[in-house]
Design a protein around this ligand. Structure first.
Ligand code: B3K
Ligand code: ZN
Length: 877
């Protein structure tokens, strides 16, 4: 539990040349023999000992150059192995033997078993749970892996790289050998053994090499891997075409397992996936599931270059691979689907997850400077804000400038363990620019607040824009420097055409992007013949909060005319937010909520506009979430009032647009046409299901949703109908019947049962806690399966604002008890669940008080993992 500081980085004293691992697999007694060849780094202290990392290990053998090592030359503890009196220059070999119990490994880090399958998770520091090793990302070596196991139980023996060969032994065992020619850090090591079904295909790379593609899933589930395979081939092609990156081994494997702490892992040549992000067919997966599978298959594949070929020098540089790779998967999905709708979804996610993190007790820079537990830094700030920072580089340098920088990065750093500075320098060198001030985005936490005012001078034909930026204090960073904020803009005339200024003074403007670089700055646009309507931060060019008081008319003008669909969506959102916050305030004070016809007009008109893609219209109809409204209100939040106010606004839009919603529901009825998971089909289903939701507000009856549930021929429609029933009519007989039929039909499908738990855990209101308690006792609930825990406890805490924030604080107590219980077996999962309460200080005082009590109960527990201790202490600071 020591704090690690970026400033303390130094290279290892010893260079690791090669690694030879032999695994003798056994469910409870797996023996690992690890032969490591080292030499002392030139210039290193000739007396320095070799210190290897361990975690819950016991040493059962140690050889030096194949001879048993003298006991006085080494010290072994559970967490380290220190070897002294080592040669000053010549290479030497250390052979370490450990014995571990994969079945007892409930942390799901290192080597563990999932449904009888042996598998590994080594990022960030799981390899040290297998054997003593220099377990840090800047130690790169070439690995040979031998796996020995019972043949009948484990016909499949997999590791990284290319298959060397295998053979049977007389005693029912067999072995396989793998060699990975690409030097890699230990966090990219993987091993899988067991009995799995296989889906095979091939991909021919741009230079004509044939790559074998293999996806391993549980027997019987092979047909559900077809979409993942398709997504993989599209990813490989896209990376060649867009980033010029070709795959570099003869084989690429994906293994799907059911017990996994995260989404997936990019191990070299052997990706291991949470099966949630591999398995899909129309009957069991929603359109959202398909979109996630496409994005995550792509993300892990793209890591082969951004993460594996070029890795991180230390874990502070995590965004170097994660932010960049998220940017790459976002661009991939944008190219495969609707770019605008994808961007809207990204921004929604950023605002609802990253903005709260960035303004709360867990705020940290995209590149942190210290950590106690690195697993707690796989955050939305490192991933999603990291991606936004990469996107801003692309916006500032333009498409060609960005490409030049990326090409230089791949060229210059292939095979390296690199830093954020290395990355930024490539863009500077390739474009002859200075990105020093821009780099503050990596180092300063907090979401910049940009306040804007504007004035038009008709006589002078000038439009004046004044901008001011402020970044609030965050933990450890009381004061901030001004950042480089690239703002894409458009000046719209009365008829919606774009006005082009003859010149601009006051700062740098390149094309349609202006750069705010000072604390406050005024831009004057010359030659503007009529009063323009300014559309600012188009496409969400900068991850900021914009305060620009625009009239309803101006927002409606943008919503009608901007050529950027994202900005049109943003304008509608800006129109709707004041209505939603007013409704929440009124609900809190008991005042009647007035309906806003102007807003309803705009929303319904967009819903009915056939010239717009259905997915976009569905995004508009979704309105801001309760969490968005809470953020807008700031502090002293009453989740019940926010919920009640939002329901009223939905009802008034529903009443206003009843005919439109009926037409949409009837005409978008896809029954009869075969289901296809493509973006267009998904968009139609999304729009139809939004129409269904609005209609239930008008009809105040579960009948239509119950009928939709009965007629649904795919999981998207089925689960949407079930959600509407459960969330709008929790006590109806139709809801009880639908939940029961869903349970009976899908009892054997864990991923679908996760949806059953999730839908019920997110039913709003005071009964939610009792429901969650009953579900915890349901025989389908499996506390050792992370997906199931997230679908019940995670959904309740993260996505049920009224139910979780009940006034008596009992739900906070439930979460506290669950966190403590889960912490005993799976600290990473426990720490992640706990972050659901990171915004507790923004609640109204009574609730905040109850939340603090629950958090203090966790803090005072006798034994806590480092993971949970780190989070709880930062949350209470
Ligand atoms: N790199 C992994 C995440 C590892 C998380 C370790 N706690 C998956 C990914 O980002 O692609
Ligand atoms: Zn990643």
């Amino acid at each position: 539990g020591r704090v690690v500081h970026l400033a303390d980085y130094r290279p290892t004293d010893f260079v690791l040349e090669r690694v030879d691992l032999t695994f003798e697999l056994d469910p409870e007694d797996t023996k690992i023999e690890s032969r490591l060849i080292f030499h002392r780094r030139e210039g290193a202290d000739p007396q320095a000992p070799l210190v290897l990392d361990g975690d819950e290990l016991t040493l059962s053998g140690l050889l030096f150059d194949q001879i048993e090592m003298d006991a006085d030359r080494y010290t072994a503890t559970a967490s380290s192995l220190t070897i002294r009196d080592l040669p000053a220059a010549e290479p030497f070999e250390v052979t370490v033997t450990t014995i571990i119990n994969p079945t007892a490994n409930t942390k799901l880090m290192g080597l563990f078993r999932s449904n009888g399958i042996y598998c590994t998770q080594c990022e960030a520091e799981g390899f040290r749970r297998i054997t003593y090793f220099p377990d840090r990302p800047d130690v790169l070596a070439v690995y040979t892996v031998n796996i020995i196991a019972d043949k009948e139980a484990n016909p499949l023996l997999l590791s990284n790289g290319n298959f060397l060969g295998g053979a049977g032994y007389g005693d029912g065992k067999h072995f396989a050998a793998w060699f990975d020619p690409h030097p890699k850090p230990s966090y990219l090591f993987a091993l899988v053994a067991g009995d799995l079904g296989l889906v095979e295909d091939t991909f021919t790379t741009v230079s004509g090499r044939e790559v074998a593609l293999k996806i391993y899933v549980e027997h019987g589930k092979e047909p559900r891997a077809a979409y993942a395979m398709d997504a993989l081939k599209r990813s490989m092609k896209w990376d060649e075409e867009v980033f010029g990156r070709e795959y570099d081994l003869d084989i690429f494997m994906v293994v799907a397992v059911s017990d996994f702490n995260m989404g997936a892992m990019e191990n070299k040549g052997l990706n291991i996936f949470n099966d949630k992000y591999v398995l899909a067919d129309p009957e069991t997966a929603t359109d959202q599931d398909y979109a996630y599978i496409e994005a995550i298959i792509a993300h892990e594949y793209f890591h082969n270059w951004t993460g594996n070929r070029i890795t991180c020098r230390d874990w502070f540089q995590l965004c170097l691979k994660e932010g960049l790779t998220v940017f790459r998967d976002h661009e991939f999905s944008a190219d495969q689907r609707s770019r605008a709708v994808k961007r809207i979804a990204e921004v929604r996610h950023l605002r609802s997850e990253q903005f709260p993190e960035d303004s709360g007790p867990l705020a940290h820079p995209v590149r942190p400077t210290k950590y106690r537990e690195i697993n707690n830094f796989y955050t939305t700030t490192v991933y999603e804000k990291g991606s936004e920072v990469t996107r801003m580089i692309a916006t500032l340098l333009g498409r060609d400038g960005f490409k030049k920088g990326m090409d230089l990065y791949f060229d210059r750093h292939d095979g390296d363990a690199a830093t954020v500075e290395d990355f930024v320098k490539c863009f500077e060198d390739a474009n002859s620019v200075d990105l020093a001030q821009f780099s503050l985005w990596y180092n300063q936490a907090g979401t910049p607040q940009v306040t804007v005012s504007s004035a038009y001078d008709e006589k002078a034909s000038t439009f004046t824009l004044s901008l001011e930026q402020v970044v609030a204090a965050t933990p450890g960073q009381p004061t901030k420097e001004p950042m480089v904020i690239p703002l894409s803009f458009s000046l719209l005339s009365d008829d919606g055409t774009v006005l082009t200024p003859s010149s601009v003074e006051g700062g740098k403007v390149a094309g349609d992007v202006l750069q705010l670089v000072e604390r406050s700055q005024t831009f004057v646009f010359q030659g503007i013949a009529s009063r323009p309507v300014l559309s600012l931060n188009r496409g969400f060019s900068a991850p900021i909060t914009l305060h620009y008081p625009q009239s309803k008319d101006d927002l409606a003008h943008i919503a009608r005319h901007d050529s950027d669909l994202f900005s049109r969506w943003q304008a509608v959102t800006d129109l709707a937010l004041p209505a939603l916050t007013a409704a929440a305030r009124n609900a809190a004070s008991g005042a009647a909520v007035e309906s806003d016809d102007a807003l309803a007009d705009v929303v319904v008109a967009i819903a009915a506009d056939e010239s717009l893609e259905p997915a976009f219209r569905a995004q508009v109809l979704a309105l801001s979430s309760e969490a968005d409204i809470a953020r807008e209100l700031g502090s002293n939040n009453d989740p019940d009032a926010i919920h009640a106010g939002r329901q009223t606004v939905l009802a008034s839009i529903a009443a206003h647009g009843e005919q439109t919603f009926k037409t949409l529901f009837d005409t978008l009825n896809a029954a009869g046409s075969a289901y296809s998971p493509d973006a267009a089909g998904a968009g139609r289903r999304a729009l139809r299901n939004s129409a269904l939701l609005y209609l239930t507000f008008v009809e105040k009856s579960p009948a239509r949703a119950a009928e939709a549930f009965a007629k649904a021929d795919n999981m998207t429609d089925l689960s949407q109908a079930l959600s509407i029933l459960a969330h709008q009519f929790p006590d109806a007989e139709e809801t009880r019947a639908a939940l029961a039929s869903f349970e009976t039909r899908f009892a054997d499908n864990a991923l679908v049962m996760d949806k059953w738990f999730q839908i019920q855990a997110t039913i709003p209101g005071d009964m939610a806690l009792d429901r969650v308690n009953a579900l915890l006792a349901n025989p389908h609930f499996k506390g050792e399966n992370p997906n199931r825990v997230r679908s019940l406890i995670g959904s309740f805490a993260f996505a049920n604002p009224t139910g979780f924030n009940r006034k008596d604080g009992a739900a906070y107590d439930l979460l506290a008890s669950q966190v403590l219980d889960i912490d005993g077996r799976n600290p990473q999962l426990a720490a992640r669940l706990l972050t659901a309460m990171r915004s507790w200080r923004l609640l109204e005082p009574m609730r905040a008080d109850k939340a603090r009590n629950a958090l203090m109960r966790i803090e005072s527990a006798e034994t806590l993992s480092v993971d949970v201790r780190d989070i709880i202490e930062r949350m209470l600071q």
